[in-house]
Design a protein. Structure first.
Length: 540
């Protein structure tokens, strides 16, 4: 590939993809470093007691070679789907690498999934094997009869409940497994969509998907040096954001990644972890960043001198959180945009001079992104349209698993339709408006929820907020806001009226929430996105 950045610091408009014909993710994120620098740290595992254990690339290669050999001996073949249901740990990397070395398809599964969600994904994918731990085994114990294809269970916590012991399998196999000679276009990974707008679909990706993420990874993380950097995200590595925006590209560059498993995101704990380990780069979903805003005087209470960059994606960040990071942390957030089907195609980057409050950034070199009208023509400057990505593109999915009709519906000619709306300003910056499903139609106005939610967050009482449309016989819909209050504030009619007036004064009479419902929490996907569909159903 041509260099991403030119000598003057600007992005290279002549960037070209050079995707090799033969390529395997495991060789790139694991074996390549193990051959040249086997003792180089790949993962820093942080235990519940705060102790830290480094895991090097040599260990990742040895264990993934042996696990791949064991799985092959157990009958797992190229093309089979292997579920990975594990918390952040070196074992996640080993499991993925073993699947890729087999020529199998890794199926990442989030730890927050309950039995029904797991049954749906494992069953829909026809998974042959599942690599998990004791809590994961407990979830699937009652599902075995409903999952006839699932013939192989491996547990990192030892044998039991029909599972073989991870350690025993690895100990019994020799070194030197010969990995499958895969093509860059061969299937490698299947990530299920988050299900914000309907039943989750399995987005099948090729090995080339990692190469396609490298330019966007470099941009959103502000071109981190390969030596001296340390990455961390609280996002589950089963999500495209955690896996492909952080874990795999970092390992490909030889940058170590912190693995820390927690039941829920704790803002003060996050700042403490960054300070204690000297973490240089973090990836935080917008919801996590909004929770961090509630921590008073972070720079005064925590040593954040080593923190060089914050990256974010998953939903619109909003100018309020962007400004908070600059004012309170002295950092410019590298925002990015993508979907499970085609991730990390837009990004902002301070080092390249691409950063603007309220904007997701500009197209990452190598990706052709346009804002199109419903008839397929390109929208004018500042006109709202749909974000579309041209094919072919190395980050673009191969297909939805066993859903050819849904796959065909995702495309119009050369363009992949995202279902997300945005506008492009005169300088080429893309400003996210919302999912087409989330747009609110009120008195002939089309209203995106993002601007309303960002305004709500400016009120001193509001910790989290979501805006949806509620059916109305006069206006078609009215704006209804669901609000989670900060500590020290109590729900009341007076506070609701105050918040309504606050938004009306700053936005407009047609955008302010005519109804406000106070909640202790908001429904979210495992990726940290607000499930507005549920709130719309509740609004009635």
């Amino acid at each position: 590939m041509l260099d991403l950045v030119q000598a003057d610091g600007t992005l290279n408009s002549g960037f070209e993809w050079k995707i090799p014909e033969r390529y395997n993710i495991a060789a790139d994120i694991c074996d390549r470093w193990a051959v040249t620098q086997p003792g180089r740290t790949a993962i820093l595992e942080v235990a519940a007691d705060g102790s830290v254990a480094p895991v090097d690339f040599g260990t990742l290669k040895r264990n993934s070679d042996r696990l791949a050999a064991a799985l092959r001996r157990l009958g797992i073949a190229p093309g089979d789907r292997i579920g990975v249901l594990l918390p952040q740990s070196a074992a996640v990397v080993v499991a993925h690498a073993a699947a890729y070395k087999l020529g199998a398809i890794a199926l990442p599964l989030a730890g927050l999934f309950g039995p029904e969600a797991l049954q749906y994904r494992l069953g829909d994918a026809g998974a042959r094997a599942l690599i998990t731990d004791e809590p994961g085994l407990a979830k699937v114990a009652a599902l075995r009869d409903a999952l006839p294809d699932l013939t192989c269970l491996v547990s990192t916590d030892g044998a039991g409940d029909g599972a073989l012991a991870w350690c025993d399998l690895i100990a019994a196999e020799p070194d030197g497994f010969v990995a499958a000679d895969t093509a860059a276009d061969d299937p490698a990974l299947m990530i299920y969509t988050s299900g914000t707008t309907g039943p989750p679909k399995g987005a099948l990706h090729a090995h080339r998907v990692l190469l396609g993420h490298l330019p966007g990874w470099s941009m959103m993380h502000d071109f981190p040096p390969t030596d001296g950097s340390l990455m961390w995200t609280p996002s589950d590595w089963a999500w495209a954001g955690g896996l492909l925006n952080v874990l795999m590209p970092s390992l490909q560059h030889g940058v170590p990644v912190v693995a820390r498993s927690t039941a829920r995101f704790e803002p003060e704990g996050a700042f403490k972890l960054i300070a204690d380990l000297g973490i240089t780069n973090v990836f935080l979903p917008p919801t996590a960043l909004r929770m961090l805003r509630a921590v008073p005087d972070p720079r005064g209470r925590f040593d954040l001198s080593g923190l060089r960059n914050i990256a974010s994606a998953g939903e619109a960040l909003g100018p309020e959180t962007f400004a908070w990071a600059r004012d309170q942390l002295g950092l410019t957030i590298g925002e990015a945009y993508g979907q499970t089907e085609c991730n990390l195609v837009l990004a902002s980057c301070r080092a390249a001079g691409i950063a603007r409050p309220g904007s997701t950034g500009r197209p990452v070199p190598g990706h052709r992104v346009a804002i199109l009208r419903a008839d397929g023509s390109e929208a004018d400057v500042d006109e709202t349209g749909e974000i579309c990505v041209a094919r072919p593109d190395p980050v673009m999915f191969l297909a939805y698993w066993n859903q050819p009709v849904a796959t065909d519906a995702k495309f119009r000619g050369e363009w992949m339709l995202t279902g997300d709306t945005a506008r492009r300003d005169a300088d080429g910056y893309v400003h996210f408006v919302g999912r087409e499903d989330d747009l609110i139609t009120s008195a002939a106005y089309r209203i995106g929820p993002t601007e309303i939610e960002d305004c709500l967050l400016r009120h001193p009482s509001v910790a989290l907020a979501a805006a949806v449309g509620k059916p109305d016989p006069l206006r078609t819909e009215i704006v209804k806001a669901f609000v989670v209050l900060r500590e020290g504030f109590s729900a009341s009619d007076a506070l609701a009226a105050e918040i309504q007036a606050f938004v009306r004064e700053r936005l407009s009479a047609h955008e302010y929430p005519r109804e406000i419902a106070f909640r202790d929490s908001l429904p979210m996907t495992t990726t940290g996105k607000i499930i507005r569909r549920r709130l719309r159903d509740e609004a009635g």
